[in-house]
Design a protein around this ligand. Structure first.
Ligand code: ZN
Length: 334
């Protein structure tokens, strides 16, 4: 669930009254699963998830519930009993300026396992519409839809899906929409630091605090398993190879090469000025880590490029912090 808070005592909200009238309206009636529950789909799912539970494919993994009700890329066939209530509700919200949407959470219940051969049918309903809420993203309404899945007359699953349909918050003055595309920023070297909006802070927890202590001392610390000596990054409480919870730190040399990279254009983050490059760097020690690539224009970053660790000091409205980044070595820099 995203952080949510009410905007004080609810003011009379005519739109809310209209939205609330959708509660209880059917969105799908008598939908039918495209395929019966079947072993090949269960096997593919288990392979993709890495789930080796021997109960499968004798029964289907419970969390596979939606796989049996989805319409696939082509959507549900014509006459699949969609009522249009959902589109009508979302149309109202769009017209009221709540044009953005984010899925917030999903709840499922599994009254009985699905087995190969089961044929599912499903019904959907708009279960609830919240009063208008103000969140960090913007102001809007939480919409919960519920799907009940049956085999014959037996309820086998319930799927609740909640979205926030909202008018995005304006964080900074933005140009009015214009039919002319806005000019794109010209390619340029990335700034060493930025005084823009507060940069997202790394999440420091019990498992990785030693790493960030190292960064504060300008040391890049990996973990080395005490059981099998495998190096690992990011920091984890146990070894992925042998399972041992015992480990010691090993300081990385800071040399590496770009294993892969992306150039970020969209979505915009207030703290960053696109476009900029983010690399997956393979360290000389063999582990890989994600970090900003500096010292070279974003469009000159290439796979295999040698890079060297440096520490970027960022000062913003929340104070100063150090971040490990990777600078193209001298011969690569332009
Ligand atoms: Zn190990």
């Amino acid at each position: 669930m995203t952080g949510e808070r009410t905007a004080g005592s609810p003011a009379p909200d005519e739109l809310y009254e209209r939205l609330k009238a959708f509660e209880g309206r059917t969105t799908v009636q008598g939908g039918e699963g495209r395929d019966p529950v079947n072993e090949p789909m269960i096997r593919h799912w288990c392979e993709a998830m890495g789930d080796t539970n021997p109960a499968y494919p004798g029964i289907a993994p419970p969390t596979m519930l939606q796989a049996w009700t989805m319409g696939g890329l082509a959507g549900h066939p014509a006459g699949s009993a969609r009522t249009g209530a959902h589109d009508e509700l979302f149309g109202l919200l769009d017209d009221a300026g709540c044009t953005s949407i984010v899925a917030t959470d999903c709840e499922q219940e599994y009254p009985r396992p699905l087995r190969p051969g089961d044929r599912v049918r499903f019904d959907g309903v708009i279960e609830s519409v919240s009063p208008r809420k103000t969140t960090a993203l913007g102001s809007g309404y939480f919409i919960t839809t519920r799907m009940d899945i049956h085999v014959g007359d037996v309820l086998v699953g319930t799927h609740r899906f909640r979205v926030l349909k909202y008018a995005p918050a304006r964080r900074s003055p933005q140009p009015k929409p214009s039919p002319q595309p806005q000019p794109r920023p010209q390619p340029k070297p990335q700034p060493a630091s930025t005084a823009r909006a507060a940069r997202p802070r790394p999440v420091v927890n019990r498992d990785n605090e030693g790493f960030w202590e190292g960064v504060a001392e300008h040391r890049l610390l990996l973990q080395r398993c005490a059981g099998c000596a495998t190096l690992r990054f990011p920091w984890l409480p146990g070894c992925g190879r042998c399972g041992s919870p015992e480990w010691e730190t090993a300081e990385a040399s800071g040399r590496g090469t770009v294993f892969s990279h992306v150039v970020m254009h969209h979505p915009p983050f207030p703290a960053f000025e696109p476009p900029y490059a983010v690399g997956l760097v393979e360290l000389a020690e063999g582990v890989r880590m994600v970090g900003g690539i500096t010292g070279v224009p974003y469009d000159k970053v290439r796979i295999g490029m040698p890079v060297e660790l440096e520490f970027l000091r960022v000062e913003d409205t929340k104070g100063a912090m150090e971040l490990p980044v990777f600078r193209a070595t001298a011969e690569e820099a332009v």
